[in-house]
Every structure is written in structure tokens, then in C-alpha cells.
Design a protein around this ligand. Structure first.
Ligand SMILES: NC(=O)c1ccc[n+]([C@@H]2O[C@H](COP(=O)([O-])OP(=O)(O)OC[C@H]3O[C@@H](n4cnc5c(N)ncnc54)[C@H](OP(=O)(O)O)[C@@H]3O)[C@@H](O)[C@H]2O)c1
Length: 309
């Protein structure tokens, strides 16, 4: 049966995930991508008219206030971006029968669980970023008639700001780097999230629906930030990227840090059994996604010219 071309809207166009979505979803149908200029999430009440003008049939929201520490002193703005605006979009989607995909975070949990978090575990955010994201999740899930909230962790991409890019930049100029080993999680590439989003949209368009609602979605495996940095620097060398002598990685003096007022969960691991079974997929190991990230850099910037401090 032929499918009707969707009218896709991506919000948060210029972020890590937004950029990956723009590339990956463009073959699916006519695509509009809004950045901050086209739709300011600090003004949720303006979104309804914009959506009614465009009339998208599929909406994918990658916009978020992701400045975790800044959210501690600007909770009202973080709430507008992470909760009020996405919830307003989900209400529009419900009223206009649009398919809606949104992304949530491991930071809704307090990290005290000894095993990976499932979709049924109770959130208990430690910081205002996590709190405002949770408020968004709850409001959206309440409105959601068709679509998903994908809860993910430790997102990275060659496009936008991310941990591996910071480590490579610092490694160019510093002989020693300080990296934590007290948090555990699964680095997840924006490309993997975008590919799974495309799959979910295709299934929806081809009338192969899955139960709507909340799904954990991350790469498989686990590491610490220190393990992540160690793997990254080792693999960057193997792939021939122009790094000087690998820096020595040091542990920080753990304790209160005035530059990082937001507490982070010690365990960020998400159990992805539900989505793997429902969409019949296997989540890739985080290391293979890091390798792809490095292969991309090898092609576009092997000398790491754009990584100077
Ligand atoms: N990054 C992570 O480690 C991580 C971990 C778990 C979950 N997530 C979730 O994954 C999703 C994608 O994250 P990401 O890593 O792609 O984030 P990102 O790179 O920080 O991108 C967020 C985007 O939101 C936009 N935005 C912020 N304030 C806005 C406003 N007032 N109006 C309109 N747009 C605004 C930003 O616009 P500008 O480009 O103009 O600043 C940016 O393009 C988010 O839902 C996030 O909560 C991320």
C-alpha cells in the first residue's frame, strides 16, 4: 500500500541530535527544521500558531536546555525549554493527530540503583536540568497519542559540543587531563539516535505501529568518563589522527566543585530491553559508535585543525 509522504518538522535543528536528524530524516519526506530563530522555546505560547501554520504530520523535538550547571541558577528558563514548550507541542500533536518524538535523559534518575534503569523505575532527579526534563516527560506522556519519548544518555556527535571533542581538543595542548571515574554510563551517538528515530517513523508511516510511550534508547555496554577518554585517545591514535603524545589521565580530587554546582547521578545506565524487543533491533556497543565518530574525523579533519584551544 503506498504511504502518504509525511510533513516532517525537526525542532532543535542546530544541536548535536538536531543536525544528525536533519541528515538522517531528509529521505523520508519534505522536511522543515526550526532553530532558535524560527521557534524560541522560551516562548511556549507562540508555538501553537507556528505549528498550525506549518501543519506537520511528524514532529521530532531535539531542542533542550542542556546546560546542566547553568540550569541550577536559571530554572525558569530551563523549565520553559525542557518542559513547557515540549508539552505545548505534544498537546498540538495530540489535537492534530501528528506523530511526536521527544528525547529524555538519564539525569531524571538519582543514580543510586545498582543495575540499569528500566522504564518502570521511579525518577528522582538530583539537579534542575533533570527535574525540568522530567516535568517535560510527564506532561508529554500525558498528552501522547502517537509517538515516543526516547530516554537516552551521554550523547555525542562530531557536530556540536560533546565530551569526546573536548577531550581531543584538550589532548592537543595538555600533557595531563583530569577525568572522573565515579560515574557509569553508556555513551550514545547522535547518529544512532537519529537512525532509530528514522526507523520508528518508517514503521509508523508503514502502519506497523508500536505501543506509544517511554522507551530507553542508548548504546550497549558501560564505562566511566575516564574509561571513555582512555578508549577515545587510544583509538584516535590507532586511526592516525594527529595527536601529540597521549596525555596522562588523572583522577580529580572528588568533592564540591563551584564550577559544577549540579549533582550528577553515579549510575546512568539504561536498560534497553524494551526497545530492542519492540523494534527488533540490537543497540550497538558504545565503542563502535566512538570508532565511527573517529573515522568521520579522520576523513574531514585528520590533523585536528579545528580542535585547537
Ligand atoms: N547531550 C547529552 O549528553 C544528553 C544526554 C541525555 C539526553 N540528552 C537529550 O537529548 C536531546 C538532544 O540533546 P543534544 O545533545 O543534541 O543537545 P544540544 O546539542 O545542546 O542541542 C540542544 C538544542 O536546543 C536548542 N535550544 C536551546 N534553547 C532553545 C530555545 N530557547 N529555543 C529553541 N531552541 C533552543 C539549542 O539551540 P542553539 O543551538 O541555538 O543553542 C540546541 O540547538 C535533548 O533532549 C537532551 O536533553 C542529551
Amino acid at each position: 500500500m503506498p504511504t502518504i509522504a509525511p510533513k516532517i518538522l525537526i525542532t532543535g535543528r542546530d544541536g548535536q541530535l538536531g543536525q544528525a536528524l536533519c541528515r538522517t530524516l531528509s529521505p523520508l519526506g519534505p522536511l522543515t527544521a526550526w532553530g532558535r530563530q524560527e521557534a524560541d522555546f522560551l516562548k511556549p505560547s507562540a508555538l501553537e500558531n507556528k505549528l498550525s501554520d506549518l501543519k506537520p504530520t511528524v514532529i521530532v523535538n531535539a531542542a533542550a536546555w542542556t546546560k546542566v550547571d547553568l540550569a541550577q541558577c536559571r530554572p525558569n528558563e530551563a523549565r520553559l525549554v525542557n518542559a513547557d514548550s515540549p508539552v505545548a507541542i505534544s498537546a498540538w500533536a495530540r489535537d492534530h493527530e501528528a506523530f511526536f518524538i521527544h528525547y529524555s535523559t538519564d539525569y531524571v534518575f538519582d543514580g543510586s540503583k545498582a543495575s540499569p534503569y528500566t522504564e518502570l523505575d521511579s525518577p528522582n532527579p538530583l539537579n534542575l536540568y533533570g527535574q525540568t526534563k522530567l516535568e517535560g516527560d510527564l506532561g508529554i506522556l500525558n498528552n501522547l497519542a502517537q509517538g515516543y519519548v526516547f530516554r537516552t544518555s551521554w550523547v555525542f556527535s562530531p557536530l556540536g559540543a560533546s565530551f569526546p571533542k573536548t577531550i581531543l581538543r584538550l589532548a592537543k595542548s595538555q600533557a595531563q587531563l583530569t577525568v572522573n571515574d565515579d560515574q557509569t554510563g553508556a555513551p550514545t551517538s547522535a547518529d544512532f539516535l537519529a537512525a532509530l528515530t528514522a526507523l520508528a517513523i518508517r514503521d509508523h508511516l508503514q502502519d506497523r505501529p508500536h505501543p506509544h510511550g517511554l522507551y530507553n534508547l542508548s548504546c550497549s555496554g558501560q564505562t566511566t568518563w575516564l574509561g571513555y577518554a582512555t578508549y577515545l585517545l587510544h583509538s584516535a591514535k590507532l586511526q592516525g589522527l594527529a595527536l601529540p603524545q597521549a596525555p596522562t589521565l588523572l583522577l580529580p580530587a572528588y568533592g564540591p566543585d563551584p564550577d559544577r554546582p549540579a549533582k550528577r547521578p553515579l549510575n546512568s545506565l539504561l536498560d534497553t530491553t524494551k526497545i530492542q524487543l519492540e523494534l527488533n533491533i540490537t543497540c550497538p556497543p558504545w565503542q563502535s559508535e566512538v570508532d565511527k565518530f573517529l573515522t568521520y574525523l579522520q576523513k574531514v579533519d585528520p590533523q585536528l585543525k579545528y580542535f585547537s584551544s
